[in-house]
Design a protein around this ligand. Structure first.
Ligand SMILES: [Zn+2]
Length: 354
């Protein structure tokens, strides 16, 4: 089997996917056409932007996010995007998906609760149609202030005792513009979240921010690190940060295309995966925003394998490290591991020599 086909066949685990950024072109065009039928003149220029400028400058990416926000401003669209995104991950042989999203409040259209209920209902529906297990992380946006973060935690807590959604909401994510706000201000919210039993995935050190990163790591509240680009002492972090992450054995969610296209990493061979892999530190390959960065989890595996000349055994280990880092109970993890291992065994020896 050639490398890309092999990566497509791997039973994969996706732990860092933002719902809105994961929309495929097909879904975006479907929603734009729905807007057009409603006589929304915004859609004409948006469609032009979407179909004619598939480049990834920072400005373009921001414009893309604005378009995505506008076309998902109603509950029907929220249902559609959730189902489409889950279906696409399932088609890419993703066995377990942790999807993250910031609860949206749009006056006269939806409350945060209605938004999350719709996402969760759609996830339940999508799981019935495909062989994929999905969990949700509610995102705290560091640009929206601490009050907003408390309200997101409050909403997450409401699901704890829900008979269906309770098992689907597995944690919180902290994301948003890394230049905005100070994560240290959010530590009381994260402390309370941990007390309630939520797992925490935090976007850390996406840009050089040693003081903030160290304070958050030293709080002992982080279960997984998103990106962690500027942590390793060989990639602009510090020996101190590097040591704390090693000591806590914190898994890193690494998003190759996202980092390269946004320019936080110079090129593929300079990606921090190389440094962490050498130390056998737990890392998980993820997409971040598969729609915005025009990628898939299989393509991310392919890119990593090509760049770092990964062997078949190393690719299998990456799939299993996704299982280990999942925010699931030990029993569910064991079940997932068995399923993934079974498919991995059937793929042994099938990768053509690179
Ligand atoms: Zn992210």
């Amino acid at each position: 089997m050639e490398l890309l086909d092999y990566c497509r066949s791997l039973p994969k685990v996706e732990l860092h996917a933002h719902l809105n950024g994961s929309l495929s072109d097909a879904t975006v065009l479907k929603l734009l056409s729905a807007k057009k039928q409603q006589g929304d003149d915004f859609s004409a220029s948006a469609e032009h932007t979407h179909t004619h400028t598939h480049t990834h400058t920072h400005t373009h990416t921001l414009r893309m996010f604005r378009i995505l926000h506008s076309i998902t401003d109603n509950l029907d669209a929220v249902r559609t995007i959730t189902q489409d995104v889950i279906q696409e991950f399932a088609s890419d042989n993703v066995k377990y998906l942790e999807l993250r999203t910031t609860p949206k409040n749009i006056p006269n259209k939806m409350t945060k609760k209605e938004y999350m209920d719709t996402v969760l209902e759609a996830a339940v529906e999508a799981m019935k149609k495909s062989n994929i297990r999905v969990c949700l992380l509610l995102s705290i946006d560091r640009a929206r202030g601490v009050e907003d973060a408390w309200s997101t935690l409050q909403l997450a807590k409401e699901y704890l005792t829900h008979d269906v959604f309770g098992s689907l909401v597995c944690g919180l994510d902290v994301s948003g513009n890394p230049h905005s706000g100070d994560l240290k201000d959010y530590l009381p919210v994260l402390q309370e979240a941990q007390k309630c039993g939520f797992k925490l995935a935090v976007h850390l050190a996406e840009v050089s921010s040693n003081t903030e990163t160290l304070a958050v790591l030293n709080s002992g509240l982080v279960d997984r690190i998103g990106h962690g680009t500027f942590i390793h002492s060989d990639t602009g972090g510090s020996e101190e940060l590097h040591t704390v992450v090693r000591k806590q054995n914190l898994p890193l969610e690494l998003c190759f295309s996202s980092n390269i296209k946004l320019g936080t990493v110079k090129n593929a061979s300079h990606h921090h995966l190389g440094f962490w892999k050498k130390e056998n530190h737990p890392v998980v390959i993820c997409t971040d925003d598969k729609g915005v960065f025009a990628t898939s989890l299989s393509e991310e595996f392919f890119l990593c394998a090509q760049t770092f000349h990964l062997t078949e055994g190393e690719l299998h280990s990456l799939c299993l490290s996704g299982v280990d880092a999942a925010f699931l109970s030990q029993v569910e993890k064991q079940r997932l591991r068995q399923e993934v291992q079974k498919e991995l065994d059937s793929l042994k020896g099938k990768l053509a020599c690179q």
